[in-house]
Ligand binder design. Structure first.
Ligand code: GCO
Ligand code: MG
Length: 401
């Protein structure tokens, strides 16, 4: 079962995606997601110019060997571009294996460990009242877990606040500038969750994303002040390059922590997991080396009772979403899956078999990943340059977005 062709498809049905399609001489093909939001074409070039030529003629069944070949063979290892490219190959090969064995990928990963996968949706509002209404709409749709974000007074374009359901962090054109003030942000979060608990009772899982904005001691203070409202998790409280800073947060609060959407290797997760500084690891298939590498991260995490919480924003294509759901359904230490529905155009370009019902999702039982691409339709949505916003403090200093 030799790989006979590889093609990179860049398209923009509402937002940019980079998809790898690998074909075998037997006529079976597989898809992998290679989208790195705001830096898409770097991965497209890495695949086209450096990876696809190496794949032609290789046995598509040897997934682990091809993974190691691309990782060790690059010499310069890791990093988001390299790991997203390896991920795309890996996920496409799992798709091919599933199709050739007539089995959904989750069956190849050990079979279902649960009936369905609990997901969380994204609620937000300009005010606390609006955010409560937004959470209520998710509850009405059956969600049992909701992330809540609220505009920081005086800060237009606060991270995570949307108008309508199709929240999209990247914007076409050049990177927009937003403002940030931790002083204004910190006081609004505890009253938001106090009101949400009063409104929705203790069973609804509530989540919040700090998006790397606070210092460790500010994060510790926020975590402690949220303890009475028992969040499911507080996400990315501080940038995680310096993982020791999580020791400080952990010393001060029992609010559960989730980190890792920007990680791309098990080595990025190692200290946080082994020192039990976090409760949920957020890596997902595209940015962390594909299903093969994600399974290793989850196995490491399982030893320390850290559970998975795969990133699932709109910049992760339906191909990645499907891969994540096969992983989530099978992995023992699953925690939760993020779910931001894609635009109608994206759903049309990527017909898929995964479904949502009663706050949970299922990848479906089609062979492989259960997701396809309509290439002719994709071609009608050409790539458009787009960037994530940047953030500056009120005196103009660059801040983590
Ligand atoms: C999340 C994330 C996203 C990221 C986005 C960047 O928790 O969903 O923080 O909203 O900002 O994926 O491309
Ligand atoms: Mg996040």
């Amino acid at each position: 079962m030799r790989i006979s062709d590889g093609k990179v498809i860049t398209c923009s049905p509402g937002r940019n995606f980079v998809i790898l399609k690998l074909e075998t001489e037997d006529g079976v093909y597989g898809l992998g997601d290679a989208t790195v939001n705001g830096r898409e074409l770097a991965v497209a070039s890495y695949l086209n110019d450096h990876v696809i030529p190496l794949l032609i003629g290789r046995d598509a069944r040897r997934i682990e060997d091809i993974w190691q070949f691309l990782y060790k063979g690059a010499y310069w290892r890791r990093g988001p571009v390299t790991m997203a490219a390896i991920a795309a190959v890996d996920v496409a090969l799992w798709d091919i294996k599933g199709k050739s064995l007539d089995a959904p990928v989750y069956q190849l990963l050990g079979g279902a460990s649960r009936d369905a996968v609990m997901v969380y949706g994204h609620a937000s509002g300009e005010t606390i009242d609006e955010t409560i209404e937004s959470v209520g709409r998710y509850v009405e749709r059956g969600y049992r877990a909701v992330r809540a974000q609220c505009t920081v007074p005086g800060m237009a374009n606060t991270y995570g606040v949307t108008h309508g359901d199709a929240y999209e962090p990247a914007e076409r054109g050049l990177a927009p500038e937003t403002q940030w003030s931790s002083e204004r942000y910190l006081p609004i979060v505890p009253p938001l969750f106090e009101r949400l608990r009063a409104e929705f009772g203790s069973e609804l899982h509530l989540l919040h994303d700090v998006h790397h904005r606070l210092t460790p001691i500010e994060a510790a203070r926020l975590g402690r002040s949220l303890e009475p409202h028992h969040l499911f998790w507080l996400e990315d409280p501080t940038p995680a390059e310096n993982q020791e800073s999580f020791r400080l947060i952990r010393q001060h609060t029992t609010t559960p922590l989730a980190v890792g959407e920007v990680f791309n290797s098990i080595h990025d997760c190692r200290q946080l997991v082994q020192e039990q500084l976090i409760d949920y690891i957020r890596t997902t298939a595209v940015h962390a080396g594909g299903l093969s590498h994600l399974r290793k991260i989850a196995s490491l995490a399982e030893l320390y009772q850290v559970r998975t919480g795969c990133h699932g924003a709109t910049d992760l294509s339906p191909v990645c979403m499907a891969a994540a759901l096969h992983f989530d359904l099978s992995v023992h230490n699953f925690g939760i899956q993020e779910y931001m529905p894609h635009t109608a155009e994206t759903d049309r370009v990527f017909p898929h078999r995964y479904t949502f019902a009663a706050g949970s999702m299922h990848p479906g039982d089609a062979p492989g990943l259960g997701v396809d691409i309509d290439e002719a339709l994709a071609a009608t949505f050409p790539y458009q340059r787009a960037y994530l916003p940047i953030a500056r403090r009120q005196d103009g200093t660059m801040h983590d977005w």
